[in-house]
Design a binder for this molecule. Structure first.
Ligand code: PMP
Length: 446
């Protein structure tokens, strides 16, 4: 069949998805797939939720879209009120965009403009972490530390520096406590600030629980507290990327709540609109809002679809539905069940090194050797084979891997919808187990 769509991988024609119900998607041939990763941790309410559907239809019937250069709208105002009412301490305003990369771009520009407003124009540098992903637009790609995604676009990227991630399974030394390890890697930020020059760094960007590049890796206790102290000490803004781990995914509305600190800017997206409409946002702290409002009064940025009325109506219905059905409780309960079931099945597997994560955000890391934690040779493409075989088995899971270019190890990420049941958790683990057996048998490893 010919296609005029420029698919991401032009060698593969993906099946056409035609319908969705709960945690399942059905394709053109009637084959059903269990969506155990919410696409890319997006579909947190599952597919075809009646309340969100009704809210979208109602809004389209009234007014689908009005340009934000002329108008605000009820859904935009109500969604902002709702988000601020439940936001981490200090957040005061919401800047709406259409997705995660845009939320990071807007955060970087808000940080830069903040320093211009307060008379510190020398703050030009951004620091982020290696083995990270913050989006594919050029600014977001610049701060991301995923070399595979960056490599061919390097000449177009803006200047950003990278420090170590907080990834205990890979980097905590023998004999080092988790606390000492957390302080050691957090202190790399201070060293980088001193090296670039105090008064030269605008922001540090980090994901509270790392998703796509590492497979649900939470920082050790105390790491983010130390990061916050360093940022405060040197006047550096802390940009939290909760595009993937936020909006309930880890069991609290915001992943950073579990670290006891707040950022100055916080990017949110995927779970905000649950995939019913494309939407993202930046939570903006009081100090940044005040600096711009009492300075030029105009944030020098903007997109045609920001604050899209239908997208805001969908996100508002999503957030209200999550609260009304108390779904974060289910995220915690089923997240624990998923962890236990994965550990039960793979705890002694010769090629599974780690099972980790929080809430319904769980990662399984594959290794060639459980004792040395040596990753598989990237040419084996274990993660890609698992994704392909799982999909053939009717299971969607999110893979990433290879040791090339700063990426270390193969892993698979699970991020099922918050409505998942205990029985469905069992189905996920059964299908995954069958897949893992097939892949390692085909590799001649078992
Ligand atoms: N930040 C993180 C942490 C992400 O996981 C992603 C998407 N996977 C993005 C930013 C970019 O979001 P989008 O694809 O919506 O632009």
């Amino acid at each position: 069949m010919t296609t005029h769509v420029l698919h991401r991988n032009s060698l593969i024609q993906p099946p056409r998805a035609v319908s969705g119900e709960g945690i399942y998607i059905t394709d053109e041939n009637g084959k059903r797939y269990l969506d155990a990763c919410g696409g890319a941790a997006v579909s947190c309410l599952g597919h075809s939720d009646p309340e969100v559907r009704a809210a979208i239809i109602e809004q389209v019937g009234k007014l689908a879209y009005a340009h934000s250069g002329f108008f605000s709208s009820d859904p935009m105002e109500e969604l902002a009120d709702d988000l601020i009412a439940h936001a981490p301490a200090g957040m005061e305003r919401v800047y709406f965009v259409s997705g995660g990369s845009e939320a990071i771009e807007a955060s970087l520009k808000l940080a830069r403009q903040y320093f211009l407003e307060i008379g510190e124009p020398d703050r030009e540098f951004v620091i982020a972490r290696r083995q990270s992903y913050h989006g594919n637009t050029l600014g977001a790609l610049s701060v991301g530390g995923n070399m595979w995604r960056r490599r061919q676009f390097e000449p177009l990227l803006i200047n950003a520096s990278h420090v170590s991630p907080c990834f205990a399974y890979r980097d905590q030394k023998a004999g080092e406590t988790a606390e000492d390890y957390g302080l050691r890697v957090a202190n790399e930020l201070e060293e980088a600030i001193l090296q670039l020059g105090t008064g030269r760094v605008a922001a540090f960007v980090a994901e509270p629980v790392v998703g796509a590049t590492s497979g649900a890796v939470a920082a050790v206790p105390g790491y983010f507290k130390r990061i916050r102290e360093i940022c405060d000490r040197y006047g550096v803004l802390l940009i939290l990327d909760e595009v993937m781990c936020g909006m309930g995914r880890t069991g609290t509305l915001h992943a950073i709540e579990q670290e006891g600190i707040s950022g100055d800017l916080q990017a949110i997206a995927k779970g905000l609109g649950a995939g019913y409409q494309p939407i993202g946002a930046v939570l903006v702290s009081d100090k940044i809002n005040k600096a711009i409002a009492s300075g030029t009064g105009f944030f020098q940025h903007g997109h045609t679809y920001q604050g899209h009325a239908t997208a805001c109506a969908a996100a508002l219905a999503t957030q209200r539905t999550i609260r009304k059905r108390d779904l974060l409780k289910n995220v915690v309960t089923q997240g624990d069940n998923l962890q236990k079931a994965l550990v039960g099945r793979f705890g002694n597997h010769p090629y599974v090194g780690d099972v980790r994560g929080r809430g319904l955000f769980r990662g399984v890391e594959f290794v060639a050797d459980r004792v040395t934690r040596e990753p598989f040779d990237p040419s084996r493409k274990i993660h890609a084979k698992i994704k392909k075989t799982a999909f053939e088995n009717g299971l969607m899971c999110y893979p990433m891997g290879g040791t090339i270019d700063g990426q270390r190890g193969d892993h698979v990420l699970f991020a099922p919808p918050y409505i998942v049941t205990e029985g469905q958790i069992g189905d996920i683990v059964d299908l995954f187990s069958k897949t893992v057996d097939q892949v390692f048998a085909a590799e001649g490893l078992i």
